[in-house]
Design a protein around this ligand. Sequence first.
Ligand code: IMP
Ligand code: MG
Length: 187
Amino acid sequence: MTASVPELQGLSADIAEVLITEEQIHQRVRELGQTISRDYASRNPLLIGVLKGVVFFMADLLRAITIPVEIDFIAVSSYSPETRKRGVVRLVKDLEISIADRHVIFVEDVIDTGLTLNYILRNLQARQPASLEVCVLFDKPVCRLIEIPLKYKGFELPDRFVVGYGLDHREKYRNLPFVGLLKPEAI
Ligand code: IMP
Ligand code: MG
């Protein structure tokens, strides 16, 4: 256990290594917010995220944006592990705001194979937004099965399963303020 792991009873004890600290995340999210504020000045962008992992990043990114901005969420469910591998997902909660003619930024916590994201982007594109870009906090480029243009990117991660800052393992660890690797015995 490294000294930099904050004491979160019963949670940080399962972390083998911190990959990205809370300070690094906040610094990078601030930079992304500034860049988006500059790029989207007077375009009133709509940020869209997929529940639940992205809510931490979304909340911090939103507060780092200094121009008028709106948010909305969708929720998806995979039919089965097999169909998820093919990127087939079912929309279980749709958007509440119409995206036609809006400048949309799709905000994602982590991109792995890219299959889920590809499916969602095709769905959103069909609703004819004025523009559609992707902002992802954690990218695992080695895992990618399908190429997706990422306009805004926080960090690159190795091909390892990570938890924290919204990312879970069986719904646990989302509330860790940093991103880290689990000890093998916690998996
Ligand atoms: P993919 O890009 O379609 O493979 O799926 C990405 C999704 O898998 C993300 O939205 C996360 O929910 C999940 N995911 C991928 N890598 C990790 C990880 O390291 N920790 C936790 N969840 C992950
Ligand atoms: Mg996700």
